[in-house]
Design a protein. Structure first.
Length: 287
């Protein structure tokens, strides 16, 4: 089954039910205009608490509320260190239970398409989010008996140039001055992201964020080499900050393969109520 996007890709026609799946709070800022227009149900894997343990999930809740979107049943469930520990331990059950909950939610909420983080090799949790989106949309589509779109957007790459070489089926939103001003104001008002926002604007300039492009996701053979998170991890091991570094082949790819196997074998009960979905996620545990 192939998902066919709405005829108008400029934001004038949008489906009745969409979902945003992101690894960390703050990622929604990259698609702020789409968030205003589509008003999706928003799923966030982690609290975005990083190394200092300070959650930024409530700042994202405020962004969601201001845009008229909705908080989903998976919303800041994990601390970053919990997911890193699960990857290092090979605790695939943590990710499989998240997958089950997402797929059930997409069916129960009658989601037409999902937008999620792209695989960029920058952060392993970002890439795990991409693999969860691939598997959950496939599972949900099989149960729903109709295609469910899977779109991606960049978190590190320059937004107005990313994906320009594969335009077919893309959803592109060109922001007018008022929309761009709202987006930039929202980003600058996000306290925990102040440094990242300043760096992104200095690197790309404000005009680069006038374009938001959701690209149909295409399964890859893995993140582009060299994998940034592998290099950072190796440097921190060498500095004595980490005992072990996360690698794609040793830690991330096995989770990806486990998600793919679950997506191929599991069927979903389409009569399940959306209110029950949180139980799948809350039950996720460390082995």
């Amino acid at each position: 089954m192939t998902y066919v996007p709405p005829k108008a890709c400029d934001g004038s026609v949008l489906p009745r039910s969409t979902a945003l799946l992101i690894a960390h709070p703050g990622h929604e800022l990259r698609v702020h205009r789409w968030l205003e227009l589509a008003q999706p149900v928003v799923f966030v894997l982690t609290k975005g608490d990083g190394r200092d343990g300070a959650s930024r999930i409530e700042s994202t809740r405020r962004v969601i509320d201001a845009c008229g979107a909705r908080v989903g049943p998976l919303f800041g469930r994990f601390a970053d260190r919990e997911l890193y520990a699960a990857l290092l331990a090979g605790a695939h059950d943590v990710f499989l239970q998240v997958l089950d909950g997402l797929a059930d939610a997409f069916v129960a909420l009658d989601v037409e398409y999902v937008a999620a983080d792209a695989e960029e090799g920058y952060n392993p949790t970002h890439d795990i989010c991409r693999y969860l989106a691939e598997a959950a949309t496939a599972m949900a589509a099989r149960t729903a008996g109709r295609p469910i779109g899977d779109f991606e957007f960049p978190l590190v790459a320059r937004p107005d140039e990313w994906g320009a070489d594969r335009q077919s089926g893309a959803l592109r939103f060109d922001l007018d001055d008022a929309a761009l001003d709202r987006k930039l104001a929202c980003a600058r008002a996000y306290p925990e992201m102040r440094e990242e926002v300043t760096q992104a604007l200095a690197r790309f300039g404000a005009e680069a964020f006038r374009v938001e492009r959701l690209m149909p996701a295409v399964p890859s053979d893995g993140p582009p080499a060299p994998v940034f998170y592998e290099r950072v991890g190796a440097d921190r091991v060498a500095a004595g900050q980490y005992g072990e570094a996360i690698s794609y082949a040793g830690h991330v790819a096995p989770v990806r393969h486990a998600l793919g196997r679950r997506a191929a074998e599991r069927s979903i009960d389409p009569t399940q109520d959306a209110g029950q979905i949180g139980s799948h996620v809350i039950a996720a545990r460390m082995r």
